[in-house]
Write a protein of this length. Structure first.
Length: 202
């Protein structure tokens, strides 16, 4: 396998930090009640339906009917979604800027709601360096399904072996590796630049 010529970035917890608890730790001080809410009401499995293209309004409707005592907190999942983010990751921003300085093509591939990509893009100037972003909600296909990687490659004009794919999810990394991508499992921001240097992009 030759060296990559482009970078494909995941977004959540790679470019910007995301965790629903960042919001709910603040607005639900009762720890037991908060835990019940996040494990039984607005769960991550429930949230993933947004990544498949289901709207916030459609997805929350059954919860509002079943859990009226949590009406405000359920509504906050959409209306205060930006507060689930705790800022961009400086090491990633620096790497994206350095790659842009070397004219390395950069793209995004993320499991994400189409209703949130706009606000998220405003969270860091790093997004201005990405030539295109494919999100799962566009076609209701999520990583690590091979079809979304294929769609991204077709849209970006790349073959898998021409790109390094960077993601914080081990299963998404393994899915990309199986298709022939160079990969970097993002677990420690300090290891990002050395990984890009190792493949000759920085």
């Amino acid at each position: 396998m030759g060296r990559p010529v482009a970078v494909i970035w995941d977004i959540g917890n790679v470019i910007v930090r995301w965790d629903p608890r960042t919001l709910y730790n603040r607005i639900m001080p009762d720890a037991a009640l908060r835990e019940r809410f996040l494990t039984q009401v607005c769960t991550l499995d429930w949230h993933f339906r947004h990544d498949l293209g289901v709207t916030f309004a459609e997805n929350r409707a059954p919860l509002l009917e079943r859990y009226p005592e949590f009406t405000e907190q359920i509504l906050d999942w959409e209306r205060r979604m930006p507060e689930m983010f705790s800022g961009a990751i400086p090491e990633t921003e620096a790497a994206i800027a350095a790659l842009a300085g070397r004219s390395v093509p950069q793209f995004g591939l993320s499991n994400m709601s189409h209703e949130m990509i706009g606000p998220i893009r405003q969270m860091s100037p790093a997004f201005g360096h990405l030539r295109d972003i494919v999100i799962s909600a566009e076609t209701a296909i999520m990583k690590p399904d091979p079809r979304i990687y294929a769609q991204a490659c077709e849209r970006f004009g790349l073959e898998p072996e021409q790109a390094i794919f960077i993601d914080d999810s081990a299963k998404n990394i393994e899915g990309a590796r199986a298709l022939g991508f160079h990969v970097h499992h993002f677990t420690d921001p300090a290891q990002l630049r050395p990984a890009l240097e190792a493949v000759g992009l920085l």
